[in-house]
Design a binder for this molecule. Structure first.
Ligand SMILES: [Zn+2]
Length: 437
């Protein structure tokens, strides 16, 4: 099927007029990038090529990249670097995008090429490249919580409604030390010396999908196993890795991962990712989900595994839809005293302070922190309305199955819950999702 059949443009944010410019979301088909890490000089450089089509209407196309530019070319023509500068599109916080200062016709094909130094991305909470003696430690280290924290930290990328082919060439230079690259795709080719890789990600990935972890091979412990998963004819491979400064029993983590993955495959079929699940264990205080993969502390592992169903098995169509997966994941896996209890079902009165879980601006780019606690309370309230936690889980299993592998919206979930249960949940949706009095 053609791209537009799979991915209707209607999930893109509508054009927004800023000053005299009508800014549009283009449709990205392919991104290729070469990332070079020179250990001898502790410097990294990148070159990237983006094949894209103009948006639904003529306008100035917006993508993002949180790195300073050395040069820019559009359709083979050199442009000044400020012809692809950041602009505030009204999405709030740090949700600025880089807008090409050229009108492109709706649907017309273009090639954007950029060269840049790879530095600590210019966004809240981003992490520097880890230069160590004779090696480099690198991790995409994405986050939902701040704008600009997906692929666009390192490589030019569109917003999360857009699916594209992503091909990375990664090279570690200036050292003889073998390195290990872990990525959530079967399409990794490593050279025998283990210092250059070609990484091809699945074409249904969006900017929040790809995991990439790179480090000296002797600083990463890796276990590989395989086990049966409900609904699959062949076994699922499991790669469990640990950075040497993370204090974790890798065998115990592997056993837990197999348990959670087996259970969730039974409870929420189908499994929509590839033939392997990747888990990279890091020190406490972090956790991030990717499509069929996670980088997480031991304490966050169960939460992040759950996201391979809700969050990356069905993915938010816009950043504003990201509250759903955090809320439902906390409701389903809560392990901390700070979180409402797992599988709660408590009456939620309609006179509490309204909560905004869905930022209304279509170019908004973050998941509000309230999604975790207040969002889980909302699901507890909906479980109560529906007749108990088992009813909510059955409703969510049906919603997941209907959308598996696709993009989901807040409106779509609201409509599903109403239709599934015959109960009008819209007053709760209005007050505790959209923050309306
Ligand atoms: Zn989460």
């Amino acid at each position: 099927m053609g791209k537009n059949v799979r991915m209707p443009q209607s999930l893109a944010p509508p054009p927004v007029t800023v000053g005299s410019r009508r800014v549009v979301a283009p449709s990205v088909e392919r991104i290729r990038a070469a990332l070079r890490f020179d250990v001898a000089t502790a410097r990294a450089t990148a070159e990237a090529t983006v094949d894209f089509c103009g948006g639904a209407v003529d306008g100035y196309p917006a993508l993002d990249l949180r790195q300073p530019l050395d040069w820019v070319r559009l359709d083979g023509r050199e442009l000044p670097t400020d012809a692809w500068a950041h602009a505030d599109l009204g999405g709030g916080g740090d949700s600025r995008m880089r807008v090409l200062d050229i009108v492109v016709d709706a649907g017309s094909r273009h090639v954007l090429e950029v060269g840049y130094q790879l530095e600590t991305p210019d966004c809240v909470g981003s992490q520097p490249i880890g230069w160590t003696h004779d090696g480099v430690t690198f991790d995409f280290w994405m986050s939902d919580l701040q704008p600009g924290r997906y692929l666009e930290m390192w490589v030019p990328a569109p917003l999360v409604h857009d699916r594209f082919a992503l091909h990375l060439e990664v090279a570690v230079e200036g050292t003889d030390r073998p390195h290990l690259l872990l990525a959530n795709t079967a399409g990794v080719d490593a050279d025998p010396a283990r210092r250059t890789w070609s990484v091809l990600y699945p074409t249904h990935f969006t900017a929040l999908s790809p995991m990439l972890v790179l480090g000296p091979a002797d600083a990463l412990e890796v276990r590989r196993s395989a086990f049966g998963l409900a609904g699959r004819g062949r076994s699922l491979g499991l790669v469990t890795a640990r950075h040497s400064d993370a204090d974790a029993d890798l065998g115990a983590c592997e056993a837990d991962l197999q348990g959670w993955l087996s259970y969730l495959a039974t409870r929420y079929p189908p499994w929509v990712h590839g033939d392997t699940y990747w888990a990279v264990i890091w020190a406490p205080g972090r956790g991030m989900e990717y499509d069929g993969a996670t980088t997480a502390s031991v304490a966050a592992l169960e939460h992040e595994v759950f996201h391979s169903w809700f969050g990356r098995g069905v993915k938010p169509a816009r950043a504003s839809d990201g509250w759903i997966d955090e809320a439902f994941t906390v409701w389903s896996t809560a392990a901390h005293r700070a979180e409402p209890p797992r599988y709660g079902a408590e009456h939620l009165p309609l006179d509490e302070t309204p909560v905004v879980l869905y930022p209304s601006h279509p170019w908004s780019r973050h998941t509000p922190l309230e999604s975790y606690r207040e969002g889980a309370r909302l699901f507890s309230g909906i479980a109560h309305l529906l007749g108990g936690p088992d009813r909510l889980r059955a409703a969510m299993a049906d919603w997941y199955r209907a959308n598996a592998g696709g993009l989901v919206t807040t409106d779509g979930l609201g409509a599903h819950l109403k239709l599934w249960s015959g109960i009008d949940i819209s007053p709760w949706w209005a007050r505790y999702v959209h923050g309306r009095e």
